[in-house]
Design a protein around this ligand. Structure first.
Ligand code: CA
Length: 439
């Protein structure tokens, strides 16, 4: 107890000071001195006096000290209690209140249940949405099934009727259309013919006049719906479409044309029919038209030009570019050329440049398998090669004018009723290396 000790010392010092002050006023005598001796003189008190004096205060001081000790003890207890309270308050301020263990578990369980409930509600909501979607889909499918059932019902009722081919093919056949007409046919349309050397019959369009003259058509242009830029095999076999009313474009095929045109001792007449974009029409007829075999690359030959408003473009045309133009644009005697089979008289490939198959020379004055140009007029810039590649007939229209409609057809010479017009061929022997008939 250092503090108590110091307090006690202070009290003793105070008493001594008091005693000293008191002593100066005290006159020594026998009553107040236990040892009265001269050696001490007037000095008083003696040790015994001091002791007695202090003894007189002992009880009082001791009582005070005990009182102070009691106070200190109380203060110490109060301080300890206060410290504990402050510590508890600090803990209360920093730590969250903790629930008793008995309450903690049910609370957590309750929270888990709430979470599960929320999740379950979400699942229920999602399932309701899916069910609604499936219901909508079911309704849609039911409607579609209803429509399909109605269509099936209509089709089933239609199937009760006997099937009917929408393309009417006539029953009569022959080696060509003229023979079919000779058997009594008077209606133009689709017929099967079988030339003498043909292995099997094939379909053709027969144009039969009321008089009984019948043309077998092997080429038709009328709307540009068919691309005539084909290869050798396609031109050999034919392409495009035949139709009962002759309303579609086609090339019958070189092999068929060869079989037809070479089957009889009676020669065939070739008629070229043209129509421009103003509705004007013209023809060009050639006698003894023949197409050679594939071995001869389907070479074109005819005896002479019979006549026609279109003029004799097959004999070539003098375009004014070179004296040899006419010779090198004639077609009689030319073999057939395509993009992949070059049999022309030109260093290049006329058929490839002009995008057609034709009896190319160097190259042409009549070119009916050329590119279809709507409205007729075209120019070098329209042509990929810069050459005249349209459907041209130079003796009737400019090489930069492409026909709207064309056809090529044959008839036996004995049924050809037009006035014969003899035409004498002349050939220019001049040779050049450039194309003729082109700019
Ligand atoms: Ca060539």
């Amino acid at each position: 107890m250092p503090r108590l000790y110091h307090q006690g010392v202070l009290i003793l010092q105070s008493i001594l000071l008091f005693s000293s002050t008191y002593c100066q006023n005290l006159k020594p005598n026998t009553d107040n001195c236990c040892i009265l001796d001269d050696k001490f003189g007037e000095y008083c008190p003696t040790t015994c006096g001091v002791s007695n004096f202090l003894s007189g205060y002992y009880t009082e001081v001791d009582t005070d000290l005990q009182y102070f000790e009691g106070l200190l003890s109380q203060i110490r207890n109060d301080t300890t209690t206060t410290t504990t309270i402050v510590s508890s308050m600090q803990q209360v301020g920093t730590k969250p209140p903790t629930a008793p263990q008995g309450i903690k578990d049910p609370t957590q369980k309750s929270r888990n249940m709430l979470t599960e409930l929320t999740r379950y509600e979400m699942v229920v909501t999602e399932n309701e949405r899916v069910i609604q979607e499936l219901q909508d889909l079911l309704n849609t499918n039911s409607q579609k099934m209803s429509v399909l059932k109605q269509k099936i019902s209509v089709l089933e009722s239609q199937c009760q009727n006997p099937c009917k081919d929408t393309v009417e093919i006539n029953d009569l056949t022959g080696k060509d259309c003229q023979e079919i007409a000779n058997k009594g046919a008077r209606t133009s349309g689709l017929y099967y013919i079988k030339p003498l050397k043909a292995k099997q019959q094939f379909l053709v369009y027969c144009e039969i006049e009321p008089s009984g003259n019948a043309w077998t058509v092997f080429q038709r242009r009328l709307d540009g719906s068919v691309d005539f830029n084909k290869n050798w095999v396609q031109y050999k076999e034919g392409f495009g479409y035949l139709s009962p009313a002759d309303t579609t474009e086609f090339w019958l095929g070189n092999e068929k044309i060869h079989l037809m045109s070479t089957q009889s001792t009676i020669p065939y007449v070739l008629r070229v029919e043209l129509e421009d974009w103003s509705g004007h029409k013209s023809t060009a007829d050639y006698s003894t038209f023949r197409l050679g075999s594939e071995k001869d690359n389907y070479r074109l030959t005819y005896a002479f030009f019979l006549g026609g408003d279109a003029g004799d473009a097959f004999d070539g045309f003098d375009f004014g570019d070179d004296p040899s133009d006419k010779f090198y644009t004639s077609h009689n005697g030319m073999q057939f050329s395509t993009q992949d089979k070059d049999h022309d008289k030109y260093d290049g490939n006329c058929a490839e440049q002009d995008g057609s198959g034709w009896w190319m020379n160097r190259c042409h004055a009549g070119h009916l398998n050329g590119k279809y140009y709507k409205d007729g007029i075209y120019s070098e810039s329209d042509s990929p090669s810069g050459y005249d590649n349209g459907i041209i007939w130079a003796t009737w229209r400019s090489r930069w004018y492409s026909m709207k409609k064309t056809s090529m057809k044959i008839i036996p010479l004995n049924r050809y009723s037009s006035t014969d017009q003899q035409h004498q061929f002349t050939k220019d022997s001049k040779v050049g290396s450039d194309r003729r008939g082109d700019i």
